[in-house]
Structure formats: C-alpha cells, structure tokens
Design a protein around this ligand. Sequence first.
Ligand code: UDX
Length: 441
Amino acid sequence: MKIAMVGSGYVGLVSGACFADFGHDVVCIDKDPAKIAALRAGVMPIYEPGLADLVGSNVRGGRLDFTTDLPSGIEGAAAIFIAVGTPSRRGDGHADLSYVHAVAREVAQHIKTPVVIVTKSTVPVGTGDAVEQIIAEAGPAARFAVASNPEFLREGAAIGDFKRPDRIVIGTDDPWAREVMAEIYRPLFLNKAPILFTSRRSSELIKYAANAFLATKITFINEIADLCEVVGADVQDVAHGIGMDNRIGGKFLHAGPGYGGSCFPKDTLALLKTAEDYDSPMRIVEAVVKVNDTRKRAMGRKVIEAMARHLGQPASALRGRRVALLGLTFKPNTDDMRDAPSITIAQTLIDAGLTVAAYDPEGMETARALMPEVTMAKSAYEALEGADAMVIATEWDAFRALDLERVRGLLRTPVIVDLRNVYSTQQVASFGFSYHGIGRN
Ligand code: UDX
C-alpha cells in the first residue's frame, strides 16, 4: 500500500519509517530542501535512538523515499498523513493550524485517485471537519475521506512506542476509511495491538485528554513530593504505594523538576483554549499549567537554598558561586530542548548572580543558543571542576554512575541537588556530600 507522509519532522519521520518497515511503500514529503537532502544522504534531522538504522534499511529496501515535491509524492497514495507542526500560537496558546490547513489546500489540488487524508498532527477538536471543508472547496472533484489518527510517541522511545503501542486510535465514521486504516495498521493488529475506532472528534480529543491527564499525574506527584519534603516522607515510596493500585497505575509518577517537551506544555495550553472557546472550563488543567510553570523557577531556588544552607550564608552572599548543571534536554535520549526545565533553572541561577557550567550528551548545540550565558563543558567532569554544587536536571544514563570520589574531588563545595532522584542519600553520604533529592530527605 502506498502511503504519503506530509511533514518529515519527528512524528512524520518516525511514523513513515515504521510504516515502511511494516512493508508499506512510503514517501516522506517536506518543504525544507536541506532536510530532504540530508535524509537522502542518511543524516537524521533529530536524535532518536534507532531511527537512522530504521530509515537506512528501509531506504535500501526501496520502501522509503523522500521528496520536496508534494504532487509526485502523493500520487497513487491510498492514504496521505498530515504530520506537520501545530505549535502554540503566539498570544493565545491555541494550536496554530496554518500548516495543517496549507497542506490540505495543496493536497486538494493534486488528488487524482480516491484517498484517505489522515491527521496525525495533534489538532484541536473540529480540525478534521475544517480539513474536509478545505479539501472539498479546493478540489471539488477529489474523492476522499478525512480520518484522525493521533500519535502517542515518546521522544527517545518513539520507535518502540510505534511498534508496540498501548492502542491505536482511529477516528472516522466512514467505512471505507476504516478499512484503509485497518489495512495500514494490519501488521500491528496481527501483533494484537488494540485498535480503537471512534468518531473523528472523539479521536481528536483523546490525544489532548491523554496528554493533559499525564501532565496532571506528573504535577500531582510533584506536589506530593513537596509535601513529602516537609512532612518527612519519601515520594518514591508514596508513588510506589499508590501506583500498585491498578486504578492508579505506577507510570508517570516520577517526581522531578516539572514536565517539559514538545507536547505537554503546548497541548495543555491548546486544550485550555478549546475549553475557553466552548465555554467549558477545565480548572484542573489550568492549575496543572500554573503549578508546572511555577515549579521550574522553584527548582532554581531550591539549588540556591541548598548551597546557602551548606555554606551557612544568606542566598545574597552566593553571587559569583558556580553551579554545574548536568542534563539540559527536557528528558534523556533526545536532543530536544523545547520547554526544558533546565532553561528556567539556569536563568534563575544567573538572575541570582551565580554562574553556570553545563553538560548534556545531546542537547548542547541547541542549548547554546537558548542559554548564551551558560558555559558549555565537554564532559560532566569538566562542568564539575571548581563548582559549588552539582545539579542533575535530566536523568541521562551517563549521570547514573558518576565516579563520586572524583566528583567530590572536583567540586569546591560538596552539594548535590538531584532533581531526578538518580542517587540517594545513603549512596552519597559516605563521600561527604550534602544531598538534596526531590520529595525525600
Ligand atoms: C509525550 C507523551 O508521553 C506522548 O504520548 C505524546 O505523544 C507526546 O508527549 P514526550 O514529550 O516525548 O511524550 O515525553 P514524556 O516521556 O511523556 O515526558 C514528558 C515530560 O514529563 C518530560 O519532561 C519528563 O521528564 C516528564 N516526566 C515524565 C516526569 O517528570 N515524570 C514522569 O513520571 C514522566
């Protein structure tokens, strides 16, 4: 079956490569000639484990191709996926649908054979209706149906998430579109991946509701962590204890510096905007967004307080002190810096007159532009040299087994602020560190 994927960013590229790996004939289309040229040369525009190999083997197998030319790319396709960005619109936080609409308009002019148009981009409720209308107006002769098929891919684990999904959601009332979509996902169907058919609007909302719920779960445990710190409980035990209840579930209960990334911040804002448009307030999500925003700056203050306490000085006396910030990306195994808590944490420290030396295995190139006042080190150990605190902001594996003896020798002041609970007080106590995790003493 021929599939066209319009938009070769994170979602389009991973989905396209995985569909090709199922044996479909896939063309990934993108307006950016540099990106397409790089992909043709085997260079990935993003860091995602396993992606370069998956793309390479499917290109060699003749099942995956890249082009900037939309008309030829979509020719003969049974399905055209729209996988372009829907960034937060400046000013009101609504999802910016201009790219989705532009693709619909362009596609409409070149449809020659019956085709299912599938929105994979995260789009607000009702976007499928708008896409349908745009195509009907721009290409009155086109025979098509519009379906929604949201993605649930975590960066850093995207290929596994695509190939072993918890569920596949397909939103359409059109029997023919259902058939085409079922055929596309048949390899997963055979693997017993649950496939859920819903209306288009329900499918669009499932994506936002899932992300808002996960953001709520994280924010909930983060507030429980704050309470643990003051009452003398351990958030990891609390999370474990509540997670063993099947109704709650143990995942996404890892307390940390607040969620970031390309999805949760943007999608929670867009959901709030939809709720506002329909006059159906979502107070819980409103609170989640506010609590998470405030938390990032609070994490910077936590570092300052830990240093001040250890040195027995007021925070104002810390000017000129240096912090080693380990981990910059919003989570490990990605080079994505979007809405990373590290950005706010570094800024809070700099605003307080401290200096910051940072290291990240993949994110430093992007980070350099976002945090020009931060010194980028070549390794974790280089960042630690002469620093007055080691702060772990992202739980990269490389930070899980640091040589603590060496860390102690490099730090001027032995303070560890572990915002991801990678270490424990017991582990570091014998080295003489003053240790501060999240939600435990
Ligand atoms: C998310 C969704 O998981 C995915 O289904 C959706 O399609 C896109 O958005 P992603 O943003 O790649 O994926 O990362 P995710 O693993 O969900 O983490 C998001 C943020 O939450 C990160 O900043 C992470 O550090 C944080 N997080 C996650 C926690 O703080 N605690 C947790 O327990 C889980």
